[in-house]
Ligand binder design. Structure first.
Ligand SMILES: Cc1ncc(C[n+]2csc(CCOP(=O)(O)OP(=O)(O)O)c2C)c(N)n1
Length: 869
């Protein structure tokens, strides 16, 4: 095949080029685009195997003539940006001078400062009664820059800055400790979105933007005019989560979403694409995914060079310069760049002729030029019908000079020597004496200075300070439990699974006139698995375009119904997407001041195990909502085998401080838990979320015994005592069971009774709540404060003999309460450690030794009685 670059007939080529040039000159770009589109159609028709390249030259997307005049005071903004840079640097360097172990980053914010500042001065809206506020996701390790700004804004004191990364010691100095990265859990009035785990910020921003559309389309809150901005790293784009929802954003036409990818070409260890060009790669990726791409490559001082470069020598050289080389140019001085970059050919050398080495050194990349940044942001903010990504070319460690700019090691640089500090001061014209610079003094101009007035004025014009986390939301009443769950409370031994019971309850709750509309059912392509298909018809599946087709099953009662005001979020096969979606809904109370109540139901194995880090981030973001781990347990989901059978989610759930995890056996227990959770989250407005496991095993559901509600919530209740006909002196055991394995425990109690052994059966609804209570009481006691007997101990005290605890989870789950069982009583745990596999439930329970026979065996062993054949 011939190379596309081989020109077989240069004269013919020149004619085509001239023709095209004259079209642009005479009829303008619109006509030129039209003709090109026509040619593309022809090329497709003729099947010549050609399509246009997705990548454009290494130059700014926005031509100089399309730039609007800068609406701000450039001189003041430059000064302010320099102050932010300084205070951010001083904060990190001071913390590390005092305690070398604290860590922190200087170079990332140094590259992102101007990108942040243009946003703060001109684009990021604060929330106030007139404007719902923009959502801004900040690159985590650039947090010092955001603190530096809040310091000038008067929202943080110099003492706070002096306690960067010292959250524990700060209060004793009357200061607020500043968290390493954006953590709403640690700074609940400040940060809105946790971004510290790379990749989660990007995907989360997409789902937050989509959720705003959902709120608007469902007429719950008008989010028009509000934007989601995200500043992310080019290295961060490697994370699968960063990329995984790009097409959702374009499919949903999320023009309320703008990403700024800070392309400083470096990550932690070295270049992002040393042997390639990350900007080209991302341009292709985003364009292919349907985004509007704005390349912000070169600063204004390059405009003149490009204008004089008639032979396009610059673009040709850029096309052959890989990022590793570009980084070297960033790290070296003007002299080097004159020789090595402009020295590459005579045309370039001529372009550089009129410039001093200093001027060459100061040639800005696009992401450091306020004017160019503004032009890109303005174009992004105006753009409609697509999300926008701005690929901003910067230098990592910008302005750190020999100490760090473009250096391989710059990411982790936390200290600068005196010479470097003075050089930095000089580089940014900072109003600091040598002494102030070398002692890393924070600097804040006088309140009445033009800079400070400008700073406050800009934020006032944009509606308030950013970031700022608010928590006021309407209190939602929860209907009486009996009104929607009496079938579960008084189940009269009807056979059903807890999943069926949950779905029935959800269907009822959705009908509640107040709470119903606030419920957000979320699935990742498993609604039918969980018997939720009836909800398709009842509340509809959310679609931003309604339903443009006649569903195949239109005649059926359960027909597939998509609607613009549909309530269910059907996220397709993306657990990462579904959990991001859940997080957006679960934090709506704070981000939008509108309490929503999401129920995300999924295969429990694909929760904590698959997207555990995203759940951790949701916890940090103070999510309120329900995660329903359906088809849970290692043996309850018989046929599905090793990768589906979950024996561990409760172990992980227990490690999340604001997650309350329950493994109820019966529909009535589950109803009590859901009811209480709803009250805790939307009525009392506590920052907790619930994880409840559900089973697909059908069995007879008993009536809920009287007065056990509180015990269910605390984690365990006495379900039944010994059968009456046994003599008083019969040997006794206590049996504890949770989830589906409680039924095995109950069978074991019958088998033991046949052997003359009396047992008390406890239904354990939450091992983690029991363990937490025990640990809490122990801590109180050790601190010499008033404490109570651990709740699990109190419950067990009314029984006698050894204790056998069995679950469908790994043994570590029931082991978590070992320390709190009454003294002197043997405690044996049975669990499902090991890989799952496929077989019947009975076979699996036998294999994992959690069936009734195994419980009996354990009880006999604990009693010192011979094993029955
Ligand atoms: C999931 C995850 N992995 C690794 C890290 C550690 N980490 C923090 S910043 C960073 C490099 C970031 O590079 P880039 O995104 O290019 O941003 P830059 O600092 O260069 O602007 C790494 C690896 C992290 N925070 N999260």
């Amino acid at each position: 095949m011939l190379q596309r670059t081989l020109d077989l007939d240069p004269i013919e080529t020149a004619e085509w080029r001239d023709a095209f040039d004259s079209v642009v000159a005479l009829h303008g770009p619109e006509r030129a685009r039209f003709l090109l589109d026509q040619l593309v159609v022809m090329a497709h028709h003729s099947q010549i195997g050609w399509s246009p390249e997705l990548v454009t030259p290494y130059a700014n997307t926005i031509p100089v003539q399309a730039q609007q005049p800068y609406p701000g005071d450039l001189a003041i903004e430059e000064k302010l940006a320099s102050l932010m840079r300084w205070n951010a640097l001083a904060m990190v360097a001071r913390a590390n001078a005092a305690y070398g172990e604290l860590g922190g980053h200087i170079a990332s914010y140094a590259s992102a400062a101007d990108l942040f500042e243009v946003g703060f001065n001109h684009f990021f809206h604060g929330r106030n009664p007139q404007h719902g506020g923009d959502l801004v996701f900040f690159q985590p390790h650039s947090a010092p820059g955001v603190y530096a700004r809040a310091f000038l804004e008067g929202r943080l004191s110099d003492q706070d800055l002096a306690h960067y990364r010292q959250e524990l010691t700060a209060p004793s100095a009357g200061a607020k400790g500043l968290s390493s990265y954006p953590h709403p859990w640690l700074m609940p009035d400040f940060w809105q979105f946790p971004t510290g785990s790379m990749g989660l910020g990007p995907i989360s921003s997409i789902y937050h933007a989509r959720f705003m559309r959902y709120l608007t389309h469902r007429q719950l809150q008008d989010c028009n005019g509000r934007k989601v901005w995200g500043v992310f790293g080019d290295g961060e784009m490697d994370e699968p989560e960063s990329m995984s929802a790009l097409t959702l954003a374009s499919r949903e036409k999320l023009d309320n979403l703008v990403w700024v990818v800070n392309c400083n070409l470096q990550r932690l260890d070295g270049p992002v694409r040393g042997n390639g060009r990350i900007i080209d790669e991302l341009e292709k990726l985003f364009r292919g995914a349907g985004w509007n791409v704005i390349k912000l490559v070169w600063g204004s001082d390059w405009d003149g060079l490009f204008a004089r470069d008639h032979s396009q020598a610059l673009l040709r050289v850029f096309a052959n310069t890989v990022d590793g080389q570009m980084q070297t140019f960033a790290a070296k001085d003007g002299r080097f760049n004159r020789d090595s970059f402009f020295g590459q050919n005579p045309e370039l050398a001529q372009l550089a002729q009129g410039m001093t080495d200093e001027q060459i050194d100061r040639l800005k990349r696009g992401g450091h030029d306020l004017v160019k940044i503004h032009a890109a942001y303005a174009a992004a903010a105006r753009h409609s019908g697509q999300p926008t990504v701005i690929l901003a070319h910067t230098k990592k460690g910008y302005g750190m000079g020999q100490a760090g700019q473009g250096k391989m090691t710059t990411h982790s640089q936390k200290k600068l020597d005196e010479t470097a500090l003075i050089a930095f001061r000089n580089r940014f014209n900072l109003p600091l004496s040598d002494e102030q610079a070398t002692s890393l003094a924070f600097f804040k101009p006088a309140e009445n200075s033009p800079e400070m007035q400008y700073l406050h004025g800009r934020r006032a014009a944009l509606g308030g300070y950013v970031p700022q986390r608010q928590t006021q939301a309407d209190v939602l009443p929860v209907p009486a439990l009996n009104s929607y769950a009496s079938f579960a409370l008084q189940a009269e031994h009807k056979e059903m699974s807890t999943t069926m019971a949950f779905v029935r309850m959800l269907g009822q709750l959705l009908k509640d006139p107040v709470l119903g509309p606030r419920i957000v059912p979320i699935v990742a392509d498993e609604a039918r698995t969980f018997g939720m298909a009836n909800l398709f018809k009842q509340v509809g599946i959310y679609s931003s375009v309604g339903q443009k087709y006649e569903p195949e099953d239109i005649g059926s009662v359960l027909s597939y119904r998509e609607a613009m005001n549909g309530q269910i979020l059907e996220e397709g096969i993306s657990e990462a997407g579904a959990i991001a979606s859940w997080t957006a809904a679960a934090t709506s109370y704070s981000v939008h001041g509108l309490a929503m109540l999401p129920f995300y139901i999924y295969y429990s194995m694909f929760g904590f195990q698959r997207v555990g880090d995203a759940i951790w981030a949701a916890a940090d973001q103070r999510a309120r909502g329900f995660l329903l781990g359906a088809t849970s347990g290692r043996t309850t989901l018989g046929g599905e085998g090793l990768q589906h059978q979950d024996g561990s989610s409760h172990l992980v759930a227990a490690t999340i401080p604001n997650c309350k995890a329950y493994d109820p056996a019966f529909a009535g227990e589950m109803a009590v838990i859901i009811d209480h959770g709803m009250r805790e989250m939307v009525t009392e407005q506590r920052d907790v979320f619930y994880y409840v496991t559900l089973m697909n095993e059908n069995y007879a559901q008993p009536n809920l015994p009287a007065d056990v509600e509180n015990d269910i919530l605390k984690g365990c209740y006495h379900f039944q005592g010994p059968v009456e006909h046994l003599p008083a002196h019969a040997p006794r055991v206590s049996l504890m069971g949770s989830g589906a394995i409680l039924l095995e425990v109950l069978k074991a109690a019958d088998l033991l009774a046949e052997q003359g052994i009396a047992s008390d059966v406890f239904s354990v609804t939450s091992w983690s709540e029991l363990a937490r209570d025990g640990q809490q009481q122990e801590r109180e006691a050790m601190a010499g404060r008033q404490s109570e007997v651990a709740f699990v101990q109190q419950q067990l005290m009314h029984s006698q003999g050894p204790i056998v605890a069995a679950t469908d989870y790994v043994r570590a789950v029931p082991e978590s309460v070992r320390a709190f069982v009454p003294e002197g009583r043997r405690y044996i745990t049975l669990g499902t450690d090991g890989f799952g596999r496929s077989d019947t439930r009975a076979a699996l329970r036998h294999f994992f030794e959690v069936d009734a026979a195994s419980v009996v065996n354990a009880a006999l062993y604990a009693l010192g009685l011979p094993r029955q054949p």
